[in-house]
Write a protein that binds this ligand. Sequence first.
Ligand code: SAM
Ligand code: SF4
Ligand code: SF4
Length: 367
Amino acid sequence: MTDRIIPLLDERVVAVRPPLPHELQAPDGRVADRLGRPLRDLRISVTDRCNFRCTYCMPKEVFDKNYAFLPHGDLLTFEEITRLARVFIDHGVEKIRLTGGEPLLRRSIERLVELLAVLTTRNGRPLDLTLTTNGSILARKARSLVDAGLKRVTVSLDALDDAVFKRMNDVDFPVTDVLDGVQAAAAAGLAPIKINMVVRRGVNDQEIVPLARHFKGSGHILRFIEFMDVGSTNGWRMDDVLPSAQVIQRLDDAFGVEPLDPNYVGEVAERWTYRDGSGEVGVISSVTQAFCRDCTRARLSTEGKLYLCLFAQRGYDLRNMLRTGASDAQMSTALGRIWQGRGDRYSELRSDETVRAKKIEMSYIGG
Ligand code: SAM
Ligand code: SF4
Ligand code: SF4
């Protein structure tokens, strides 16, 4: 198939428009990319908007009142998302994560959860459906999300200290409201909850031990994420990254921790446990220990572009296919071919040059 490259807005710059395939190929659930990696996880961004302005993700100077967020008509509808989800499942996807922007800001998100929660994998198992949120309106939404069929949730929280947290979210949002959200989610049946902390050296690394102490023994799993060079607006420098090995050292000094085996091949977080048996913690070392070799993740942007890597510079316009009358079989054939051509392994190749390259923003394709 011949790809056509079309220019789009700003950093959402270029997208490939796959033509409608004529020769069809039935999916067998085992599609593999050029490095032999299957397609197992799909992250779906449901909005590019957010009520936070985390300095490492949506810095205020860029995402201000003049920023051109996507107009409503550009967004995939819930029916379009569900249709695409089925096509991905046919190729082997078993896990779907809703993200954003802030996914709970998408109006009637529960309706989408309802539509996805009833899908099953090729083996007839329920889909592993989860959502990543900043927790700001989780206290209000937890019950309705569970009623809609959500089973798990990940909440981002970068500090326990209010002043540090407010500096990071940059909209003066208090820690207590996020903690209330975590509590409400647990009460509604979403426990154990994963809590993600992005660590920025010199900004919030002093919060590692207090956050660990807070969640130790709660049943929730705190994970420390290395600050990544996603997008082009967050001014990333290697000096800002606190390697996970140092995070573990601090946890070991404070509490005593030992490693656990991974739950499955390709698990992104490295698992650790407190020696006193009071629970699990994890580290995600995307910068210092790239895990591209086992990366089985695809990402679907808010307006239906498929990205094969978090650091991709261009996407594949699936919405155009949907809206120009492609059949499910054509969508499936096109997706299979796109995945078979995938060779992305950005984190393994990271260099000064790639860090400076123009990349899509995290708030646009989701984490
Ligand atoms: N708004 C939701 C939230 O914050 O959980 C979902 C979207 S957010 C883009 C998904 C995850 O990406 C969050 O846990 C966030 O902390 C993380 N993230 C954003 N920018 C990052 C960066 N530059 N490096 C590492 N993680 C980042
Ligand atoms: Fe919003 Fe999440 Fe990005 Fe923070 S990390 S600005 S909460 S999308
Ligand atoms: Fe996957 Fe790309 Fe991240 Fe590597 S850099 S783990 S290929 S998303």
